[in-house]
Each structure stands twice: as C-alpha cells, then as structure tokens.
Design a protein around this ligand. Structure first.
Ligand code: UDX
Length: 456
C-alpha cells in the first residue's frame, strides 16, 4: 500500500484484517515512525484498534523501503494524494506518477499495480505507458498489469464502508489481474458483495460520477431548502417525501451549509475540468460547484443579518462544530473555513467548541498544519456550555452527536438575552424540531424561522 493517509491506512489495515500480509509505505518517515509505535496520525473511529490488531498479528507492517516492499508483494496499491492543482483545478497526479515510476523500477516478478486513489479517467492507461517507459524490459500481461480499484470510503465510517461495501469496482483488461483481484476480495464473498469487473476508464469514471451525483443531490436539496423558506414548506419533510421514491432514495438529501471534505470539492472540480477538456462539459456539475461555494458565504450572511437586527456593538458567536462532518478531524473545505473568516471580517467575536478541537494548545498547530490562519483570532472553549455562555448566538455548523442532545432550556438560560429579543440559536444542520424550541429565536434551513418576532 503506497500512501499511509486516510485511504491507504484504512485500506491496508482492513486487508490485514482479511488475513493478507500488508506493508504500508509512505515517504513521510516521521509518519512511518509514529505508525511503527502504534501512533495513528489521523482520527478515524476504530482505526487505532484495527492497526494494533494488524501489527500484533504481524500482517500489517510499515516501511519506507519501497523497493524491498514491492519485491515482496504481488499487488501494489497506490493510495497517495491527488490534491487539486490550484492553478487549473485538475487533480494533481504528481505523487501517483512518482509512485508508479518507483514501483516500476522495483518490479521483479508479476505484479498488479492498482490505482486506489481517485484519478481522472485515462490515468490507468497513462500508468501502463509510464511503466513501459520506465522499464522497457517489462511486458504487460507477463511482468505486470494495471487495474483501477476506486475506494468509496466515507470519513468517519471508513472501516464499515470497507468491510461492508455496497459494491467493489475493478477496472482491468487482463484476466490474470482480474483473478488476482478476485482472490483479494474473496473475504467479501461471504456477504455476497457485488464485484463489478469492467475496464479501467469505466472504473475511474464510476468514482467521479458517483461523487458528482452525491454532490448534486446535496446541491439540489440545498436549493430546495431556499425555496422552502420562500414557501413555508419544510425541507426535512420534502427530503422524506422525495426519498420515499426508491428511484431517488432518502440519503444525501439533508440540507446543510454546503458540502465539504477531501472528496466532493476535489472530485467535482476534477470531473468538471476533465469533461470540459475532453469536449463533453458537465455543466450540471459546474452548477453544483458554483451553488455549493456560494452557499457557504450565504450562510455567513444569514448569521450576520440576525446579529445586525439585534444592533449589537460587539457580537459574540459560539460556533458548535468546525469539522466538515462529524466523527472526523478533517477540516478540508469545511463550511467553517468560509463562515468563520467572514464573521471575523465583520468584527464578530468568535468562540468555537468542537469535540476534536477544544484545546487551544493542541489545536492551533493542527489547524495551522491544515493551512488555517485564523486559529489565533478565535477562542476555543473546552466544552459546549463554556462556548454558549452569554453568546449572542449559538451556531450549529457540524452535527456532532453531542449537539443532538443539548438541554435547550439550559441553553436558553446561558445565551445572551438582549432587550426585546429571545436568545438566538442558528441550527445549520436542522438537528432540532421547530416545535421544541420554546423561548429561543430559532433559525434553521429550509424551515420557517421561530420566535423571530421581538420577544414580548
Ligand atoms: C464522500 C463520499 O460519500 C464517499 O463515498 C467517497 O468515497 C468520499 O467522499 P466523505 O466526503 O468522507 O465521503 O463524507 P460524506 O459523508 O459523503 O459527506 C461529504 C459532505 O457532504 C459533508 O460536508 C457533509 O456534511 C455533506 N452532506 C452529506 C450534506 O451536506 N448533506 C447530506 O445529505 C450528506
């Protein structure tokens, strides 16, 4: 497994759990040293114990020696990062191609090279020619084959998603490689997981198309939420009503401040760029990207408007949750990365409570490592009550479990109560029902605002 990040580490640990010998490689020696001490560099529920089990059984090891590891393996999975190239929006394949060259130089027996990372359509064929270029002595089908095996892991539930996938997709033209992949995924036969064998371009495009469609569902329900606000409709009921049609399905129809994460933003952009470049522009995906970007700023404006209505000299806002979704420490493209700077820009005093970012000392370096510069401009509360005490608004940005059971009467007491207004709760994840917020000025999305009239 080349790349010991979110995908490589989870996938490697799960294959070790399946009974295979796995060596996870990374060129970040510090990361490998920490992993060899059992220290996991990312937060993913259940990963630490799975890695510990793999190490204990000696089926999972960590190394920086690529040549030795490749020569000891018959499958090499490439799970390195494919970040967005900020100049043109394409997926940056530099790490993928470097890994392929290094593997090609090391091959000394039939090896299946698998692209696990999300790569644009056509990359698999590029990988074949790169291997031939690097090692003209190697013969495809004899010394090596290339396969695409995209991952469909969601952060926060990655292990379950791996162990009980809706499907496995394998793209290759070689029967020999197909047989190898069949043996690799044999443990899933017990639960009759559908394994789709197709060619490389189709496998690569399935990944982008699936993520593009999921992002589209979110973009659609968020625009329906805006329409609900104009018509007195309820977006939660709307999602339910739509989802009961099994051609649509209920999932991914939850209105939100916009999607974030390491995949949807990156994959939708790469899909849009590749499609346009190949002369088959996906203008629908373009619209999803545009709507999602605009939405995060729109949410910030919605918060600022309620603060302006209260004519507060120096408003203080408690932000509950800053990660892009619950059960992860990942901040990539989180809505908070747009909303918090916008509030700060308008002179708002921001207090944050997030279950994973609650200690100033720990989280500033972690945030800075993710390129976040406003860490020193905000206050980190060590619990939710500390954050909301005397705050002019509490804003739920991420639907962490602990924000689902807030004692609303306690919250009502602890929030500021400016003359003529009720304490303000802004719920951007529609966690609460509009009929359980007595005593609060409750603003959510795609539903009517509650108690926004001046308090009597
Ligand atoms: C996603 C895909 O789900 C997964 O299959 C793929 O392999 C990687 O990308 P991930 O980004 O980890 O997984 O998280 P996901 O649960 O899909 O949520 C992505 C974003 O969409 C989050 O910001 C989430 O808040 C948002 N979202 C999700 C919504 O706004 N509404 C929804 O109904 C669902």
């Amino acid at each position: 497994m080349i790349g010991a990040g979110y995908v490589g580490l989870v996938t490697g640990a799960c294959f070790a759990e399946f009974g295979f010998d796995v060596v996870c490689l990374d060129n970040d020696t510090t990361k490998i040293d920490k992993l060899n001490q059992g220290l996991i560099p990312i937060y993913e529920p259940g990963l630490d114990s799975l890695v510990a089990q793999g190490m204990k059984s000696k089926r999972l090891t960590f190394s920086t020696n690529l040549k030795e590891s490749v020569q000891a393996s018959n499958i090499v999975m490439i799970a390195v990062g494919t970040p967005t190239n900020i100049t043109d929006g394409h997926a940056d394949l530099g790490y993928v191609y470097q890994a392929v060259k290094d593997v090609a130089l090391a091959i000394d027996g039939y090896t299946v090279i698998v692209t696990k990372s999300t790569v644009p359509v056509g990359t698999g064929d590029e990988v074949v020619s790169l291997i031939k270029q690097t090692r003209p002595d190697l013969v495809e089908g004899v010394d090596f084959d290339v396969a695409s095996n995209p991952e469909f892991l969601r952060e926060g539930s990655a292990i379950t998603d791996f162990m009980r996938p809706d499907r496995v997709v394998v793209g290759t033209d070689s029967q020999k490689a197909r047989d190898v992949m069949q043996r690799l995924y044999r443990p899933l036969y017990l639960i009759e997981t559908p394994i789709l064998y197709t060619n490389k371009p189709t496998a690569e495009l399935i990944k982008y198309a699936a993520n593009g469609f999921l992002a589209l569902k979110i973009g659609f329900i968020n625009q329906m939420a805006d329409l609900c606000e104009k018509t007195g409709a309820d977006v939660q009921e709307l999602g339910k009503g739509m989802g009961l049609d099994n051609r649509i399905g209920r999932k991914f129809l939850n209105a939100s401040p916009g999607y974030g994460g390491s995949c949807f933003p990156k994959d939708t952009l790469a899909l849009s760029k590749t499609a346009r470049q190949l002369g088959a522009p996906c203008t629908i995906v373009d619209a999803v990207i545009e709507a999602n970007t605009a939405r995060k700023l729109k949410m910030a404006e919605r918060i600022l408007q309620r603060l302006r209505d209260r004519k507060l000299s120096k408003p203080r806002v408690a932000i509950l949750g800053i990660t892009f979704k619950p059960n992860t420490d990942d901040m990539r493209d989180a809505a908070s990365l747009v909303i918090i700077p916008e509030l700060l820009k308008h002179g708002v005093d921001v207090v944050i409570y997030d279950p994973l970012y609650y200690k100033n000392s720990d989280c500033l370096p972690h945030l800075a490592a993710q390129g976040i510069t406003w860490g020193s401009e905000v206050t980190f509360a060590s619990n939710r009550k500390e954050a909301t005490l005397d705050a002019d608004a509490a804003v739920i940005l991420t639907e962490w479990h602990e924000f689902r059971g807030i004692d609303l009467s306690e919250l009502q007491q602890s929030l500021a109560k400016p003359e003529g207004f009720l304490p303000l709760l802004i719920d951007l994840r529609n966690i609460y029902k509009t009929n359980e917020v007595d005593g609060l000025h409750y603003l959510s999305i795609g539903r009517s605002e509650v108690n926004n009239k001046i308090a009597i």
